[in-house]
Design a binder for this molecule. Structure first.
Ligand code: HMG
Ligand code: MG
Length: 301
């Protein structure tokens, strides 16, 4: 059997990476950030969230961002949508792809979207149907797949149930989020395997936060099992305001370095990606959290 060597990266920096940042960036800076990510060869860039500005102030300009996105027929710019109002606005802005987000933990679901798991799944059903009828692609997230900041351990059966519900509702891909970055490789693989009983592996993605430094270690067994879509955030930016203490996503630079080292293709130019990471860190006045970026920049000097 020929091993599929292409891995798709879903760059979540402009959304997950920025949503927890206190300093509100100008819309033009966000667009330049997205353009630089695109120039590095990334083709799937999560651009913003059509959520309530009261809940996530950094994403208040979601309509402006969506309207100013680069016109590239080969790129995808999914946006987060939590409800019908978000979908109305996304369609009005010409968005072509949305991502809905549910959780495997009841308390996190209430804290994050003010709905229980079953309320969220009941609402997402017709929303996904309407989006698909309007010609949009819909991705689905499941949060807290390896632990919850409020409930601790989350049963894999619950993860599989929520993932299957989103998949059956029409999501073309389900991204499995370790929102608080507590997972370790064996647990990550067991969780992915449990979800893959019902959903084909090519319709699954992994989304690891690196809070406990385990993200890259978790990715390796998932790749070996057949996962070919990985979410990551340049410079390791990221975090969720409703998961206190959770830090950034796995850095895209780390993922690209790992994948190229293992013989996978990504289409991403690591040097250009590092430049995009440096750009956004300067705008945020933050230190780059990617070890790969730090090492390569040191060698450039
Ligand atoms: P709610 O308060 O229950 O909603 O929030 P509501 O319908 O009662 O509306 C409250 C106000 O928000 C109203 O404004 C609405 O108009 C407005 P007011 O009348 O008071 O002036 N509103 C909106 N405005 C713009 N766009 C909208 C929208 N909806 C309502 N779409 C709601 C419910 C879902 C809106 C809220 O809880 C919310 O926005 N939550 C988003 C939280 C979020 O973005 N979290 C981070 C993303 S998830 C994540 O990071 C995890 C992930 O990365 C995977 C992983 O790591 O595991 C994906
Ligand atoms: Mg996340």
């Amino acid at each position: 059997m020929l091993m599929q060597t292409k891995v798709n990266i879903v760059e979540v920096g402009p959304r997950d990476g920025l949503q927890n940042e206190k300093a509100i960036l100008p819309t033009a800076t966000k667009i330049e950030f997205i353009q630089r990510l695109l120039a590095s060869g990334l083709r799937i860039i999560e651009a913003t969230s059509f959520v309530s500005p009261k809940w996530i102030p950094q994403m208040t300009d979601h309509m402006e961002v969506a309207k100013l996105l680069p016109q590239d027929p080969f790129a995808q710019f999914p946006v987060l949508v939590p409800n019908e109002k978000g979908l109305d606005n996304a369609i009005a802005c010409g968005v072509k792809e949305i991502a809905v987000f549910a959780a495997a933990s009841e308390t996190f679901s209430k804290k994050n979207i003010n709905r229980t798991i079953s309320e969220s799944l009941a609402d997402y059903g017709p929303l996904i149907e309407r989006a698909i009828k309007a010609g949009l692609n819909v991705r689905g997230y499941v949060s807290c797949t390896l632990g919850c900041p409020y409930e601790g351990k989350v049963p894999v059966k619950q993860v599989a149930y929520v993932a299957q519900a989103l998949s059956a509702a029409g999501c073309y891909q389900i991204s499995l989020g370790d929102t608080i970055g507590v997972g370790t490789p064996k647990a990550a693989l067991e969780m992915v395997k449990a979800v893959a009983i019902d959903i084909p592996i090519q319709e699954l993605a992994v989304h690891f936060h690196d809070t406990y430094g385990q993200a890259l270690a978790n990715i390796v067994p998932c790749l070996e099992f057949g996962i070919r879509t990985i979410d990551s955030s340049v410079a390791g930016l990221g975090g969720c305001p409703y998961a206190v203490g959770a830090t950034g996503n796995v850095a895209t630079e780390e993922v690209i370095y790992l994948l190229h080292g293992m013989g996978f293709e990504t289409g991403v130019d690591l040097d250009k990606l590092i430049d995009a990471g440096e750009f956004i860190c300067q705008q945020l006045q933050q230190v780059n959290r990617s070890k790969v970026a730090t090492a390569i920049i040191a060698n450039r000097k």
